[in-house]
Ligand binder design. Structure first.
Ligand code: SDX
Length: 391
């Protein structure tokens, strides 16, 4: 009953739900979106083409893609009232803190007659979220740097619009670099979905109470922010800056192995992949292309040496710790001029289609709902309450 894939009985009992969206095989390093290998999708498709696939289960025809692109571009505007939200944040507020609040507030704008049991209501919710996340992320960035908000434009691509909203100013035209646009589009495909990762499971659990979908996505954003999850791309850059020089690598690898030291090699290891993360391989190639254009980043060489040393180290080999999707993505974002604090918001933009696809799948078929998690109680045995005078 599990389609084309067989699972050992032990695994079946650990599965939190059934889903037809993404297939992971951590031992083989396989990643399929609706049956298509990530390598082929990254090579041949655009992020919006893959978003259509994740939402609808099939790749779009040329006509369907054109309509989808038009629909998304015409939902990129946010209500002007929403912009007032930013006045409440200090300028040094982390953009993930702002995104969590602002995306959650969409529930206050789109709740009238929202009937999540109506497929059309679910579809427009998905379109609104996919379209508005770049606008909201760019608004967070402009708030951080105290520059005026730049409105979206319908004549630009999904990633071109994001770059324009982040880096354009009212004073002069901003030229979108096709290398940057393409690199971001591929990165967004690679980050679009990943089975029941922590943030997707958070969206499913929050959505399983039939909560407003914008609130459920805000819960996913909050979870993604953690450095053990989506916050790792920001943490990798900070780690590379902390290591500073190739001569310090051995010292930091030793720290990562020391159980008394909380330091971990950020960008290494994965709850599921016990082989190379297929996305890391693709991102490493993009890294070289981007740095060929934008000038080498010393952290790239440091990252490659760190990967080389770690992959030859018994501790990492025994534990099957390989670079994951976050190990190189930050170097690309940095090369494109995106500040470290905006790395995880980039991840959130890309993952929105995965989150909302899982939400739609679950609401459409309650049998796919995540059950109410239970626990093994290890606390005190049953006892009577003593009077306070005797405590
Ligand atoms: C993402 O789930 C997803 O799909 C997530 C994601 C997605 O697309 O949604 O892929 C995105 O979150 C990628 C992961 C990004 N996080 C990081 O890069 C942070 C650094 N990595 C670690 O925090 C860690 O690897 C985790 C949290 C990712 C996984 O932790 P686990 O499940 O404990 O890893 P494990 O069971 O494989 O660990 C086995 C051993 C343990 O040591 P022992 O108890 O066996 O002695 O390896 C150790 C761990 O302590 N270990 C590390 C390590 N990661 C695991 N030691 C040093 N450095 C590391 N990075």
């Amino acid at each position: 009953e599990f389609g084309y894939f067989t699972y050992d009985p032990g695994f079946v009992s650990t599965a939190s739900c059934k889903s037809a969206i993404t297939y992971l095989n951590g031992d083989k390093g396989d990643l399929l979106y609706r049956g298509y290998p990530i390598e082929q999708l990254a090579e041949q498709c655009s992020h919006l083409e893959v978003s259509y696939l994740l939402l609808n289960g099939e790749l779009p025809t040329a006509e369907q893609l054109k309509t989808f692109e038009y629909t998304i571009s015409h939902h990129t505007l946010i209500k002007d009232n929403l912009l007032k939200f930013f006045d409440g944040f200090n300028h040094d507020a982390h953009p993930m803190a702002m995104m969590t609040g602002v995306v959650g507030s969409l529930a206050g704008f789109y709740h009238d007659n929202l009937n999540i049991l109506d497929p059309d209501h679910r579809k427009i919710t998905a379109h609104r979220l996919i379209a508005k996340m770049p606008t909201i992320a760019a608004a967070c960035y402009k708030h951080n740097i105290q520059q005026p908000f730049i409105y979206p434009r319908n004549d630009l691509s999904y990633c071109g619009n994001l770059l324009h909203m982040m880096f354009a100013t009212p004073c002069e035209e901003y030229e979108i670099d096709p290398v940057a646009e393409k690199a971001m589009d591929v990165l967004f495909i690679l980050h679009a979905d990943h089975e029941q990762n922590a943030s997707t499971s958070t969206v499913r659990l929050a959505g399983s109470s039939d909560a407003n979908p914008y609130a459920a996505i805000a819960a996913g954003i909050a979870c993604l922010w953690g450095p053990a999850h989506g916050g790792a791309n920001e943490a990798v850059l900070r780690m590379l800056d902390q290591i500073g020089d190739v001569s310090n690598i051995e010292k930091f690898v030793a720290k990562a192995k020391d159980k008394n030291d909380s330091f971990k090699l950020m960008g290494f290891g994965h709850r599921v992949y016990k082989n190379f993360d297929p996305r890391a391989k693709i991102i490493k190639t993009i890294c070289h292309d981007v740095l060929a254009k934008y000038g080498n980043d010393p952290r790239m060489e440091l990252a490659m040496r760190l990967e080389e040393i770690a992959l030859q180290d018994e501790y990492f080999i025994e534990r099957k710790l390989y670079p994951n999707v976050d190990f190189y993505s930050g170097i690309i974002y940095k090369a494109l001029g995106i500040p470290v604090e905006m790395f995880t918001p980039m991840f959130a933009i890309a993952r929105t289609v995965g989150w909302i696809s899982h939400w739609m799948e679950m609401i459409a078929d309650p049998a796919k709902k995540i059950g109410r998690p239970r626990q093994l109680y290890i606390g005190a045995a049953k006892r009577d309450v003593p009077a306070i005078s005797t405590r």
